[in-house]
Design a protein around this ligand. Structure first.
Ligand code: ADP
Length: 891
């Protein structure tokens, strides 16, 4: 037990508080034992001795049990309670109150509790402590006679001894805690160092492994390409193409693993350069065109003509992101199309947000899977796509790269129909030029690959030296350059290369980096300064299996003229070499006409997407003119009648519905669109808008589309649903406000915030002719409706907690009622926003409206008065002869 006790103090794995608790408890018990013995020796009174002895035994028992059962937390709490509720008040009163050492013990115990007990229980004990001690002070103040009379010497001696012991204990406690903290800090630093070392070695391992794997893949891909260039049987060609695809897949996976390890160790750095957007796009098109064509997919690119022609950023990484997402689009689409659109939003004079949207008509992603899309090694919907190759790493890397660039990636997808990935990346603008339409046309001149290889240039006068210690690499590079008819020499080491550069002048030297004895960098420096050498000015290019964003700069800094990565295809090598050779040595082969996709059918120009579009349901009461002006997309509800289900607005109009409802036997109700209908609607709207704010009627209303909209929006990162908290009429007013803001260029969050703000400011109510329609809709008993009609009672209804409730009643003729209603709703006119008012009505004649307009004018001056036909929802619930005055309060 003693071992366990000591262990509870010294065990590093224990919580610091628990260790202090046991230490202090041990010291307190030893002190009590000493006091007990001293008291006994000097003949202290028996009650004191017994009190101390009982306390000691109780604490000993608590400590013993809590250590034995490893429940120090509970032991601490019980001990804390005993101290606060029993020991402190009793010692204070029996120990002479203020006159003695008791206040010092109160202080000590309070510090002790604060240090070792945590959470709400500590707060409870400390507050109780304060209250009890205040009571003890009050008690000893008012009843001094009950406090033991003590001599001056005893008071002084008691106070001094308590001071010394309490100070000693506080110092001990704090020092002990500091020591533990120091040792913890040291341990954590050591652990961090270990993790860093592990990370470094993991990184070294990955990059070493990547180098080692790239070297043989270079041979496989290179020699395989040579096979493909030969006249071979279709069967051999098919095998060779499969080898090519498999090697590329392997290479892709290695690159992903390398990137992932870099990102995880925080070593992923961007390498910003100035790049031509047209070049970047044509590279991307080149890579995707072929694969989409092979699958029979239509691939289109849509570039906003105002995209700056030159930007600064890490174009390689942006390409990586886009190619990854585009490859997925092709991979997960069986038929239809894949498209890439590029839009831009200027943020300032020198910054632009480039928005890339990649859409496909593929298998789509289930709503519940969207949150896991960017998780590393996570492949979703595996039963469906298990035959599609993949590691689940791609999108995770994409997301992290986008994050490093301070960008954003969002997904909108309809399962089984297709997906759209939107990537927004801020970039710096370098010049005023824009890409226009011409540039793109030019830049695609490298176009689509032809299936059969054809050399792009010949240069029999040019000479190249390939320096590589690996013989396969030397063979591959020489063979890849064979058809260019250049003179290719090889050297297997730095020393051999130096011998050759003494003999001959080369136009280009392709230099491996990692070589035994003399590496490529050293060899390059030696060539540059070689006494009597012919190649001091020659172009020297690093051709290596080392990959990394910072390597390009490193090679440049060292003095290389270029950096090429192994494995390299014949086409890439030719493109790089021909660009570096003196023009007079190069004869271009006119292969372009059959290499280029001259139809340019991949390039389409679409209108720029709107940043934010406002959409709503057909139940919104919106004046047609404004709905058209703001181009508001409206999702129709359906109206169910005895004759079938009709699409609101398209197949059934309010007027027709009212005619139908004139027959008292007939019933009608509106049905909100389903989740799937919402999904399709959102997907369609996102074709022309980057973001959507969908404004719905109150989610509390029975037939509201809010819940279906919210569910559907889970599949769309770029759709936000706003619950207006109102019926159709309030929904109309809020929709208009949102539209106005969107037209004025406010962004998504500002509009949504504004909706929250004005929700409580919209006022809607309707005055009804009678309650017959409400009774028919089952919201009221028909007897009550008959009574109301008989007594010419006209109710005013409003939406209260999701239900249409009668808020007021007027008696009299229609016109008297309308006048009273209008006067009453406009009585607080000073607070109403004068900009507009809606008069939403059901089944009123032109004359009726004229009368209403006139009364309205007499009572208030609005800038715009809109007469709006109410939605079928209001029509079927309220019946003809209904109208409402709807407005917004001032801000
Ligand atoms: P993988 O290597 O599996 O393609 P990713 O990280 O690129 O890994 O993608 C993760 C998962 O996301 C994929 O397994 C696939 O289920 C899904 N996914 C990605 N893009 C699409 C898309 N355009 N259409 C449908 N599903 C997709």
């Amino acid at each position: 037990m003693i071992k366990k006790w000591i262990g509870a103090i010294t065990d590093d794995n224990r919580n610091i508080r628990e260790r202090i608790l046991v230490l202090m408890a041990s010291i307190a018990m030893v002190s009590m034992l000493v006091v007990l013995l001293l008291g006994y020796i000097i003949g202290e009174n028996a009650t004191d001795i017994i009190t101390i002895a009982v306390t000691l035994v109780i604490f000993l028992l608590i400590a013993y049990l809590s250590i034995k059962y490893d429940r120090l937390d509970i032991g601490g709490k019980i001990a804390g309670c005993l101290i606060v509720f029993v020991v402190l008040p009793v010692t204070f009163i029996t120990g002479g109150g203020l006159y003695g050492g008791a206040p010092l013990w109160v202080l000590f115990c309070t510090v002790f509790i604060a240090l070792v007990i945590t959470g709400r229980f500590a707060a409870f004990l400390l507050i109780s402590d304060a209250v009890i001690m205040a009571a003890a002070y009050a008690f000893t103040y008012t009843h001094p006679e009950l406090v033991e009379e003590r001599s001056k010497t005893t008071i002084y001696a008691d106070s001094l001894v308590s001071l010394i012991i309490a100070c000693g204990l506080v110092i001990l406690m704090i020092r002990y805690q500091m020591r533990i903290y120091d040792s913890e800090a040291e341990k954590s630093k050591k652990r961090q160092d270990e993790i860093k070392a592990l990370n470094d070695s993991q990184n070294r391992f990955f990059s070493g492994m990547s180098h080692e794997i790239r070297t043989p893949i270079n041979t496989i891909i290179g020699l395989n390409e040579m096979i493909l260039r030969e006249e071979i049987s279709p069967e051999v060609a098919m095998d060779a193409q499969n080898i090519q695809a498999a090697s590329k897949m392997l290479l892709h996976t290695i690159n992903d693993i390398l990137d992932m390890s870099k990102i995880e160790s925080g070593q992923m750095r961007l390498a910003p350069v100035t790049y031509k957007t047209g070049d970047m796009l044509s590279d991307i098109v080149n890579m995707i065109w072929k694969s989409s064509q092979d699958k029979g997919l239509i691939f289109t690119v849509n570039v906003s003509p105002d995209l700056p022609s030159e930007l600064r950023g890490d174009d390689m990484r942006i390409k990586q992101i886009l190619i990854n997402v585009l490859n997925n689009a092709v991979k997960y689409t069986k038929e239809g199309s894949v498209s890439l659109s590029i839009d831009c939003e200027k943020k300032s004079n020198n910054e632009v947000k480039v928005i890339y949207s990649i859409s496909d008509t593929g298998m789509g992603i289930k709503k519940e899977n969207i949150p896991y899309l960017f998780t590393a090694f996570k492949r979703v919907d595996e039963d469906k796509n298990r035959f599609i190759e993949g590691t689940g790493l791609g999108l995770s890397i994409v997301k992290q790269l986008v994050d490093i660039m301070n960008g954003r990636i969002t997904v909108n997808s309809v399962y089984t129909k297709g997906s759209t990935f939107i990537i927004e990346i801020p970039q710096q603008i370098v010049s005023d030029g824009v890409i226009g339409q011409y540039d793109i046309g030019m830049s695609q001149s490298t176009g689509k690959y032809k299936d059969k290889y054809a050399v792009s240039f010949v240069a029999p006068e040019a000479s190249v030296l390939v320096v590589d210690d690996n013989s396969s690499n030397r063979i591959v590079i020489s063979k890849l350059l064979r058809d260019t008819r250049m003179q290719v020499d090889v050297a297997e080491s730095g020393a051999k290369a130096l011998a050759k550069t003494l003999e001959k002048k080369y136009n280009i030297i392709l230099m491996d980096h990692m070589m035994p004895e003399m590496d490529g960098i050293e060899c390059m420096h030696k060539i540059r300064t070689q006494a009597g050498g012919y190649n001091k000015e020659s172009i020297i290019v690093a051709l290596t299996a080392n990959v990394g964003t910072d390597l390009k700069q490193m090679y440049e800094r060292e003095g290389f003229d270029g950096y090429l990565i192994k494995p390299i295809s014949g086409k890439e090598l030719e493109a790089a070499v021909s660009g570096m050779l003196p023009k007079e040595l190069v004869t271009r082969m006119d292969n372009d006409s059959d290499v280029v996709d001259s139809s340019m059918e991949w390039l389409v120009y679409r209108e720029k997407k709107r940043p934010v579009a406002i959409t709503t349901e057909s139940v919104a009461d919106l004046p047609k003119s404004l709905a058209e002006k703001y181009n508001i997309a409206i999702l129709p509800h359906k109206v169910r009648t005895g004759d079938g289900i009709f699409m609101d607005g398209e197949e059934v109009e309010t007027r027709g519905l009212l005619a139908y409802m004139a027959n008292l036997e007939n019933r009608a109700e509106t049905i909100a669109p389903s989740v799937e209908e919402h999904e399709e609607f959102f997907a369609r709207q996102l074709e022309t808008a980057s973001n959507i704010i969908h404004i719905s009627i109150s989610g509390e209303v029975r037939n509201s589309g809010y819940h279906a909209a919210l569910e559907a929006a889970k599949a769309f990162d770029n759709v936000s649903v706003v619950d207006t908290g109102h019926l159709s009429s309030g929904q109309g007013i809020m929709t208009l406000e949102a539209c106005r803001m969107a037209a004025d260029g406010y962004d998504l969050s500002e509009i949504i915030e504004r909706m929250e703000e004005i929700r409580g400011k919209v006022r809607t109510s309707f005055v009804l002719d009678n309650l017959d329609y409400m009774a028919r809709a089952g919201q009221l008993s028909s007897a009550a409706a008959r009574f109301i009609r008989a007594f010419m009672i006209h109710p005013v209804v409003a939406l209260i907690k999701g239900e249409m409730k009668v808020r007021n009643i007027y008696m009299g003729t229609r016109k008297q009622t309308w006048k009273k209603y209008i006067e009453s709703v406009l009585s607080g006119f000073a607070l109403i926003d004068k900009e507009m008012v809606f008069v939403t009505y059901v089944g009123l004649t032109g004359k009726d409206l004229e009368y209403i307009g006139q009364i309205l004018k007499e009572n208030a001056e609005f800038e715009n008065v809109y007469f709006v036909k109410a939605s079928p929802a209001i029509a079927v619930n309220c019946g003809p002869g209904t109208f409402g005055i709807l407005y917004r309060l001032k801000d």
